[in-house]
Design a protein around this ligand. Structure first.
Ligand code: HAM
Length: 424
């Protein structure tokens, strides 16, 4: 017996249907905001993530699924979507298309993290990237879009934390200040942070081990007048959009490319500490990758985590998790003419589906009792039965499986039409 890899999972029905439902709602919201889908490859050159996600991040230092292929190329399974979108934007000169560069993706990501509930090694993100718009209105729009998506999905008790990480100027002074503070506390830092504070002191504030403790006493970044203005305007517009949020000056995020606005969304509904979605501005990333000097902002939502929350909420509300079922179930059981009955049953299935009515069957060769058991289990509303009499008269018996009412015989040719009325 070969099992799935640790942290990699099968998404079985009805959970798979829940994923599709979430994706469907996201597509509707993206349409409202003018986002279009960009499908990026699963594998990229490893270098892409080193240059964008960042050398001092946990993702690049510890969590990447990277390997060299048969041709000796260094390859990585994408741990996040932003670098691939930025690469595609540069590679296809999308800044010259004259259109808004607002892209979304629905894609699986790979990170070799320690698996736990809501944290997997392969997981799905729905992400949005708005490239080319430096206005605080883009920040507010992006966050408002995320909140309206989560609300549409039915996530309750949302908290939105926002912060500004400033620009290169704000950071220059802050970096020194923070570094001094961290050097004073060096002995108390974890091994990874001890090794990276000189390269990227901000990373320590986001460390899973020390981050929370350090953030309590660490100095807070002072913003330059331009960044301050941007941050204030973003907050004002979020207020206008009716979004409740909290300014959290300790929020730093675990990726290297962020500038100015960053944000994280959590839900207290099941007491989980993990973010269900997060993002921010990355005004310098595309230029640093060899592309044009364009600002950008985006976010990604963890679909696995959102699905867990929706399931928990539905369970608490007593809503059954039954998922998709078929509308009709066809039974054919005629001892004296099994093949003829099976052929009729098969024709009936075809007729129903052509008429847009979902239909299923089990095994026409099995006993009537066993076929009836399958019909009951299928969750179908109607059983359509072809027995001895029906075969002779050219009819089908319709049994309402929900209301257990009397069976009705209808003419074989009329089944689809008659059921189509019920189907409406
Ligand atoms: P991130 O914070 O690394 O940001 O991931 C975004 C979301 O993906 C998280 O809030 C979480 O819901 C989900 N997630 C992350 N790791 C896991 C995991 N191991 N298992 C399940 N879910 C997970 C980014 O990836 C950025 N690319 C977001 C962004 C887009 N920033 C700008 N544009």
């Amino acid at each position: 017996m070969i099992n799935a890899l640790r942290g990699f999972r099968d998404i079985l029905p009805p959970d798979s249907e829940m994923f599709a439902e979430i994706e469907g709602k996201a597509r509707e919201i993206f349409g409202l905001y003018g986002y279009r889908e960009l499908r990026i490859p699963t594998l990229e050159k490893k270098e892409l993530f080193i240059k964008s996600t960042g050398t001092t991040t946990d993702i690049v230092q510890k969590e990447m699924y990277a390997f060299s292929d048969a041709g000796g190329r260094e390859i990585a399974c994408r741990p996040e979507g932003t670098p691939g979108i930025a690469r595609a934007y540069i590679e296809h000169n999308l800044n010259q298309s004259g259109r808004n560069s607002k892209f979304f993706y629905v894609a699986n990501m790979f990170r070799a993290e320690r698996p736990q509930a809501g944290r997997y090694r392969e997981f799905e993100q729905i992400g949005a990237e708005n490239i080319g718009n430096a206005s605080p209105a883009a920040d507010a729009e992006t966050i408002a879009m995320l909140v309206s998506l989560l609300e549409k999905i039915g996530i309750k008790e949302l908290t939105v934390d926002i912060n500004s990480l400033g620009c290169a100027e704000c950071r220059k002074t802050y970096r020194e200040e923070l570094l001094q503070f961290l050097r004073q506390h060096k002995e108390t830092l974890c091994e990874a942070c001890q090794g990276r504070i000189e390269l990227n002191p901000l990373r320590a504030l986001d460390c899973k081990i020390d981050g929370g403790r350090l953030a309590e006493t660490a100095p807070v970044m002072k913003l330059c007048p331009e960044c301050e203005k941007h941050f204030n305007q973003t907050q004002k517009l979020l207020g206008i959009a009716g979004i409740s949020f909290r300014v959290n000056r300790n929020l730093v995020r675990g990726l290297d490319y962020y500038t100015r606005t960053v944000f994280e969304v959590r839900s207290n509904a099941i007491g989980s500490q993990d973010a269900i979605a997060a993002g921010g501005r990355y005004d310098g990333l595309i230029k640093s990758m060899g592309g044009p000097d364009v600002p950008a902002i985006g976010w990604a939502m963890g679909v696995d985590r959102v699905a867990l929350l929706v399931n928990a909420a539905r369970e608490a509300a007593g809503i059954a998790k039954d998922g998709n079922t078929v509308r009709t179930f066809v039974l054919a059981s005629v001892k004296s003419a099994p093949e003829e009955a099976a052929t009729k049953g098969f024709m009936l299935l075809n007729m129903l589906r052509k008429a847009g009515i979902s239909a299923d069957f089990s095994n026409f060769e099995a006993s009537f009792k066993s076929q009836m058991r399958s019909a009951d289990k299928s969750g179908a509303d109607f059983a359509l039965i072809i027995g001895e009499d029906e075969l002779k008269n050219g009819t089908v018996s319709v049994k309402d499986l929900r209301n257990k009412s009397e069976q009705k015989q209808i003419r074989f040719e009329e089944v689809a039409d008659k059921l189509a009325i019920i189907n409406e």
